[in-house]
Design a protein around this ligand. Structure first.
Ligand code: DAH
Length: 335
């Protein structure tokens, strides 16, 4: 066999072999391997070119043409394969990254105000509609505002009613919202007509009706001609709005150092058997007015304080105050 025939046969073999191999490949990687094997710098096409040098001119031209044809046809086919695999890879990637809009979404619960906040806001709003303005005070309070100015001097037995939490000799976590009365009256002359919601603290061991943190709403109205009758009308209106017109109410004489006379207010539902205590109230004691330099001969007023947790428990029939603070959504979601 002549050298030319031998080379032509090699070309034909390589053509056949590469065609079969190209059929079999299944990935971009294999495609690249074939390209290196045939078309690379030390590839088989290059090896065939290397053999041309030994041929006479005419034969060299013929064989050269054959190798060139094989080379360009291989380049073309490998490129096509490469494009095909690239396309497939892209489609696969798109599919993996695509979003199925028909899948059910992951639900995020909608947040809402805590039941205590809701009730506190409801209570405050009722009084705001009656013309009272919102007033807030600090939760760390001085002995003066929490006790002294409210007619509870240092050795007064009424202090024993409050299991207070002191932060130092002079200051404590306020045991009630009443100190806001003093702070507001100090700001100027009457009329003072305010409603003050807020957190209070007492050194109580938690049980069904006690918790060391709780909320109160305090009301104060001081003006020139206010009487106990105005207080009664106001509380009656409040009971009707918050609990309902069918509820009865009564005053029960009581004692608070900062009011004189003082009264607890009780309510009873239509078919109830027991009176339920809802707030403390009374006419502002003259000594409290004097503490803020108001002349008790010219001004009178009344005040009341109610417990927000207690209101919420009565309104919704909840029998354990601790439920409010357990953060159990099965409970809290009901309100
Ligand atoms: N500060 C009282 C307490 O925490 C509640 C109270 C009673 C407030 C009578 C008042 C009031 O304004 O007039 O027990």
């Amino acid at each position: 066999m002549s050298q030319l025939d031998d080379l032509l046969e090699q070309i034909e073999d390589l053509e056949q072999e590469s065609r079969e191999k190209l059929e079999e490949i299944e990935s971009l990687q294999e495609c690249e391997e074939l390209r290196v094997k045939y078309l690379g710098r030390n590839g088989e096409i290059q090896e065939l070119f290397g053999q041309l040098g030994q041929l006479p001119d005419e034969a060299r031209a013929k064989a050269g043409k054959g190798i060139n044809q094989l080379k360009s046809s291989l380049e073309k086919k490998i490129e096509e394969k490469q494009e095909k695999f690239e396309q497939l890879q892209k489609e696969k990637q798109l599919e993996e990254e695509s979003i199925d809009v028909t899948m059910p979404g992951r639900r995020r619960g909608i947040g809402k105000r805590h039941v205590i906040t809701q009730v506190q806001d409801d209570l405050t709003d009722i009084f705001k509609r009656m013309g009272f303005s919102l007033a807030l005070g600090p939760e760390v309070e001085s002995d003066y505002y929490n006790f002294e100015a409210l007619n509870i001097p240092e050795l007064h037995p009424a202090r024993d009613e409050w299991d207070s939490l002191y932060v130092d000799e002079e200051n404590l976590l306020r045991t009630h919202t009443s100190p806001v009365q003093i702070r507001e009256m100090e700001k100027g002359e009457p009329p003072v007509k305010i409603i003050c919601p807020g957190k209070c603290y007492r050194r109580d061991t938690p049980d069904a009706t006690h918790y060391p943190v709780f909320h109160q709403v305090e009301l104060l109205w001081v003006d020139e001609e206010l009487t106990f009758a105005n207080l009664k009308y106001l509380i009656r209106s409040f009971v009707e709005e918050f609990f309902g017109p069918e509820f009865s109410m009564r005053f029960r004489a009581d004692y608070f150092p900062f009011t004189e006379p003082s009264a607890e207010v009780d309510i009873m539902p239509p078919n109830g058997e027991d009176w339920l205590e809802i707030m403390g109230s009374g006419m502002v004691d003259p000594s409290v007015l004097k503490a803020v330099d108001y002349d008790p001969e010219n001004y009178q007023g009344f005040a009341l304080g109610l417990g927000v947790e207690r209101m919420a428990m009565l309104k919704y029939g909840i029998d354990d105050i601790r439920l409010f603070y357990r953060n159990d959504l099965r409970f809290l979601d009901q309100f």
